[in-house]
Each structure stands twice: as structure tokens, then as C-alpha cells.
Design a protein around this ligand. Structure first.
Ligand code: GAF
Length: 391
């Protein structure tokens, strides 16, 4: 187990013991994620290439017998929150507790918890920055799903965990996300990226041991989240779904580059650009994977991989229009500093960008990005394992 997971687990245990005055029955942890490439393709049944990161949300938990969930979090600012299992209903919670409550609701509705499940005390500690595009909510959901099913003695597969936690986020918390984040947190593997077909949910695991190639993945957290982010995401998703319908395909994934000419005769200019992003982004994911399959990223392969990352950013900036000034600033600065490639990661409108950097250039890239956006928080990540029981 990585030190990162252990630290979050230890912190969750300390909170549990100080708040509830007893030892937890178990501790579960789930990672945030970086999506290496393949953005806004998941709700178009397309391809993504995420990895779990060495930043975890851990939950220490113990069963209760009175039908109540008690929740407390180091970052929650809400004190201890009590929710009766009988009161679980979409929209009932408006703060962070909507995510764990939603997971209990989704698990219960799907029979993933026994009918006689009688509640739990839960204490969270998270090292995944909140609202930064690194899937802090999926980490929270997946850790909760494992904890509740673990306490109930009813194990859950990673596929069910991903499916039900996405359901919780869509229906209970009301966020119209695709399956990327929950699949990443549930299935992640150490030193590997996941090539996911979000239509079939087929997952191929590819080695991504960056240190062995003297590479680092630098996360550049702009620490901004633009207010129109949520509506912008829902708007992009709706535009894609309308475009697929207008073009007579089940999803934009079913279009190839050659279809764009026909699309230009059917769609308005903005929709056409959104479609072009999705079509070219799917292609970029699959080309990136082909490079990984040829061996470690070095020489011309490394240059090509970097170019794909940067091309993804430009497409998200110009065609899909989900970047923002701060993301563009850190991406440009990273490239100026000598990164092989850089791009925003996650939904956009703020949050984080990533840069693929040779270790010997890390200081220079860090300096250039910090000069360009002094408020940005920079850290490197490695690919770490998916949701698991710590003990
Ligand atoms: C957010 C969503 F939650 C994901 O489902 C995905 O659409 C991503 O934005 C964009 O690729 O993280």
C-alpha cells in the first residue's frame, strides 16, 4: 500500500476515534484521478485514459443498530451530520453529505445492502483537493460504497461500485456526469493507466511507470472554479446528445473523422465544433494507447505523446470551449518551460491541468508555471491503486 493511502487512513482513524470515542471496525480508501487524455468523451460512449492518483479519500467506519448514518469529515465544516436511512431521498442534502448519502440510497435501492442494514458511523479524511477536477466526489463515493458493503458483509465488484456510485451522483446529487470518475476510482491500478471503452466498460490496463522513463506528471491546480462550470457541463452534454440524434447515431462515439463533412451539412457551427472535439479526442486516446503499447515513452514516441496531450487541450479550448484563462495560462507556461505536452484534465472551467515533464526539467517547468500563475498549486502524482479496504 502506498504511503499516501496509509496517511489518509490514519487520519480517518484519528477523526473517528476522537469524534465517536471508539475504534472503527474497518477503514476503506479510494483515490482521486487524473484523466491523462480523453475528455468529455465518456458521456458520448467514447474512450478515456485515466489513472488513479496517490491522493486518497479514506473512511473509517463502524456499524450502528438504529437506522442512522452519522458522517463527519476533516474538510466538511459541518460537524457530525445525522441522516436517518428512512429519510434518504434525492435532493435531501445540499452539501458534501449528499455524496455518501446518495451512495447509501443507490446501494439500498439496488439490493447491494441487505434489507436489514442498520446504519453506520463514518469519518472521512481526504487528500484529494475538492472541486479541482481530480474527482474528489468519486473518491468519496467509492470509499463510502466499499465501507457500507464491507460493514454489511456483502462484497461489491468494482464494476457494480462504479455503476452505483455514478447513479448516486447523477440521481441523488443531481450531477449529470458520465462514468469516467467512478470507473477510475474503482478500477485504478498502480503504475498503470486504464484504457476504458465507456460503451462496453471494457478496460485494458497499460503500464505507465513514469519514473522508470525519468518522466513526471505535474498537476497544476489553478484553484479557480468558474461559476458557470456546472451549467456549462450540462450544456455540452445536451449539445452532444442533440447532435448524435440529428446525425442518426446512438452516440457521437459512432462517428469517424470522415463523417465530419456530412455533419457540417446538418449541424450549426457550434455543434459541429463540439462534435469535432469528441471525434478527434477519441482518436487521440487510441493513438496515445498505441504509443504506450510500443514501449516506454522515450524519443520520438515521447514527443508524439506530448503532442497528443497538447492537441487535446487546444481542442478543448477552441472546439469544445471548456477551458478558461487560468488553465490556458498554466498549460502555455508548462510548454514554454519545456514540458513534452500539457492539457486541462477533468470537466474544465477551472480546476487542474497536467503536464508531462522530464524529471530533469521539472524545476524549470515549475518555475515558469509559478511565475505565470503564482496562485497555482503544483504537485506531481503517480498512478496508484483503486478503491480498497485498508484494514
Ligand atoms: C467530469 C465528469 F464527472 C466526467 O464524467 C467527465 O465527463 C469529465 O468531466 C470530462 O471528461 O469529471
Amino acid at each position: 500500500m502506498s504511503i499516501a493511502a496509509q496517511e489518509s487512513a490514519d487520519a480517518a482513524r484519528r477523526i473517528f476515534e476522537s469524534v465517536y470515542g471508539a475504534a472503527p471496525t474497518g477503514i476503506w480508501a479510494a483515490p482521486g484521478r487524473v484523466n491523462v487524455i480523453g475528455e468529455h468523451t465518456d458521456y458520448n460512449a467514447g474512450f478515456v485514459l485515466p489513472m488513479g492518483i496517490d491522493r486518497y479519500t479514506a473512511v473509517a467506519a463502524a456499524p450502528r443498530l438504529d437506522g442512522v448514518l452519522r458522517l463527519v469529515s476533516s474538510g466538511g465544516n459541518t460537524g457530525v451530520v445525522e441522516i436517518a436511512l428512512t429519510s434518504l431521498a434525492p435532493g435531501a442534502q445540499k452539501d458534501w453529505t449528499a455524496y455518501p448519502a446518495g451512495v447509501a440510497w443507490a446501494l439500498g435501492g439496488a439490493g447491494a445492502l441487505p434489507a436489514g442494514f442498520t446504519g453506520a458511523d463514518l469519518a472521512y479524511s481526504s487528500a484529494v483537493p475538492v472541486g479541482s477536477g481530480l474527482s474528489s466526489s468519486a473518491a468519496l463515493e467509492c470509499a463510502t460504497g466499499l465501507a457500507l458493503t464491507g460493514l454489511a458483509g456483502q462484497p461489491i465488484s468494482p464494476a457494480e461500485l462504479a455503476r452505483l456510485t455514478q447513479l448516486a451522483e447523477n440521481r441523488y446529487a443531481g450531477v449529470p456526469c458520465g462514468p469516467l470518475d467512478q470507473l477510475s476510482s474503482a478500477f485504478a491500478a498502480a503504475d498503470a493507466v486504464l484504457h476504458i471503452d465507456t460503451r462496453s466498460f471494457d478496460i485494458a490496463v497499460h503500464p505507465f511507470a513514469l519514473r522508470d522513463a525519468d518522466l513526471a506528471l505535474l498537476v497544476m491546480n489553478t484553484k479557480v472554479q468558474h461559476q458557470h462550470g456546472e451549467s456549462g457541463y450540462a450544456d455540452r452534454r445536451a449539445t452532444c446528445e442533440r447532435a448524435a440524434e440529428a446525425l442518426g447515431v446512438p452516440a457521437l462515439r459512432d462517428l469517424a473523422f470522415g463523417d465530419l463533412e456530412r455533419a457540417a451539412t446538418v449541424l450549426d457551427e457550434v455543434s459541429l465544433r463540439r462534435v469535432r472535439h469528441v471525434v478527434t479526442e477519441n482518436e487521440r486516446v487510441n493513438r496515445f494507447v498505441s504509443l504506450l503499447q510500443l514501449g516506454p515513452l522515450e524519443g520520438p514516441r515521447l514527443n508524439s505523446a506530448g503532442e497528443l496531450l497538447t492537441a487535446s487541450h487546444l481542442s478543448l479550448r477552441d472546439d469544445f470551449e471548456v477551458s478558461c484563462a487560468e488553465l490556458d495560462t498554466v498549460v502555455d507556461a508548462a510548454l514554454r518551460g519545456g514540458a513534452h505536452g500539457a492539457r486541462m484534465t477533468g470537466g474544465g472551467f477551472g480546476g487542474c491541468a497536467i503536464a508531462l515533464v522530464s524529471v530533469d526539467r521539472l524545476d524549470r517547468v515549475t518555475e515558469t508555471v509559478t511565475d505565470a500563475l503564482p496562485t497555482a498549486e503544483l504537485f506531481t502524482v503517480t498512478a496508484d491503486r483503486g478503491a480498497f479496504q485498508v484494514y
